[in-house]
Design a protein around this ligand. Structure first.
Ligand code: AMP
Length: 405
């Protein structure tokens, strides 16, 4: 299922209302700390202004409570960053009209836009109506555009006004996907539906309960399922392996059991850690040791060990397609970052040998960036929750209002 994209329609002289995901990490001095998501939206933005369209951009940033303006969540620094990234392709810069995305000043700025110009509205989440998909709020946004475009992959799993109610209210207007959304869908959904083999999934992170849907959907589809991170310890606990004081979800052991049963009756090979980098506590000052098989009492498994890393990276290097979601250790706290970094490098080798490598958003994207190999992946998703939803085989509510190609 492919969607009509912004490139499929004539935007000349029209006002395009585009939902983007500018929810980026900010520095303590309130400047953009990582512009990855902004850069990923540039192709759609450039496509509209180069073809003589007017552009109204809308996004959220952080999690304000919806009761009004909060300076630390303002999108103003993002308007500055966007203007600098666009450079000559946006000669008039980026207008940032007001502290409220639906006040009279914002409406006036949109009404007086000229073809080829851009307005960025203030944070949508300053209105509770955004999160509650309030009809009045959604229709005020809808009134801004002749065309609706969703290029906010990271927000597509949320039934928020700008993602759902607004385009649903624009039934008479073209409603299309942006180029980023279209690419994310192509890699994450279509790749799962028509995989090449060996097809490998690497799943890590803290909690088996967060990834249970993805694990269930992948079992039977992938040839190898490599599980690391703290979530492996909940599975190992069920298998009767001593895991010391590693993180375990004691109330989710039945979910881990379900995974083991599903794997047993499938063609998927479940690969769990065979050794562990252990610490006394999660701290870079902790004593560290490598343990084979089990994690001894008094120790926590905080990263996959060297033998596991060798095994995981070997499987990944020889794969035709790899999907990775979740770090394999507490990668934010060296020395427990080594397994995750080495996996990232193996993914890069896989891409360079002709494989397709897809990295889920959030922590995994951050880990790949930390390892300096982001540009060597086939695709790094901008959306943690949305990419997980697709790995679960689920639908994204934000795609429902869009037109099929
Ligand atoms: P998730 O959001 O479920 O993908 O979990 C990501 C978090 O899991 C990261 O903050 C990692 O530091 C953490 N994590 C991964 N492996 C471990 C581990 N073995 N022990 C403690 N935390 C871990």
């Amino acid at each position: 299922m492919a969607f009509k994209t912004i490139e499929d329609i004539d935007v000349n002289g029209k006002c395009v209302l585009m939902r983007v995901d500018f929810n980026v990490p900010m520095s303590p001095s309130n400047t953009v700390a990582d512009s990855f998501r902004i850069k990923q939206a540039l192709p759609s933005i450039r496509s509209v202004i180069a073809r003589g369209g007017r552009l109204v951009l809308m996004s959220h940033l952080g999690r304000p409570d919806g009761s009004g303006y909060v300076s630390k969540f303002s999108l103003k620094p993002i308007a500055t960053e966007l203007a600098s990234l666009l450079g000559d392709s946006a000669p008039d810069g980026v207008f940032f009209p007001s502290e409220d995305c639906i006040d009279a000043q914002a409406a006036e700025a949109v009404a007086s836009l000229k073809d080829g110009q851009i307005v960025l509205l203030e944070n949508l989440r300053f209105h509770v109506g955004e999160m509650e998909d309030d009809a009045t709020f959604a229709s005020k946004l809808a009134a801004y555009g002749d065309i609706y475009c969703n290029d906010a992959f990271g927000a597509c799993h949320r039934a928020h006004a700008s993602v759902y109610g607004t385009p649903m209210g624009m039934q008479e207007d073209p409603r299309v996907a942006g180029l980023l959304v279209s690419e994310e869908i192509r890699y994450l959904r279509e790749a799962l539906n028509a995989p090449e083999h060996p097809f490998v999934a690497v799943i890590g992170g803290a909690k088996v309960s967060h990834k249970i849907g993805a694990l269930k959907n992948l079992i039977g589809k992938v040839d190898s399922l490599l599980v690391g991170g703290a979530m492996a310890y909940t599975i190992m606990q069920v298998m009767g392996t001593n895991i010391g004081s590693s993180l375990v979800e004691h109330d989710k052991l039945s979910q881990a059991e379900e995974i083991i049963h599903l794997v047993d009756s499938s063609s998927t090979d479940l690969v769990l850690p065979i050794d562990h980098v252990c610490g006394r506590e999660l701290s870079h000052e902790s004593p560290v040791m490598v343990s084979q098989g089990e994690v001894p009492n008094g120790w926590m498994g905080l990263d996959i060990g060297p033998a596991t890393t060798a095994r995981f990276t070997d499987v990944v290097r020889h794969a035709k397609k790899v999907v990775w979601n979740g770090p394999l250790g507490a990668f934010e706290t060296p020395p427990f970052d080594v397994g995750t970094r080495q996996l990232a490098v193996a993914m890069a080798s896989c891409t360079e040998s002709g494989g397709i490598t897809v990295v889920g958003g959030g922590d995994t994207a951050a880990a790949v960036e930390l390892a300096g190999v982001s540009s060597r992946m086939s695709h790094v998703s901008t959306g943690g929750g949305a990419s997980l939803k697709l790995l679960e085989g689920g639908d994204l509510i934000g795609l429902q209002p869009l037109e099929q190609a």
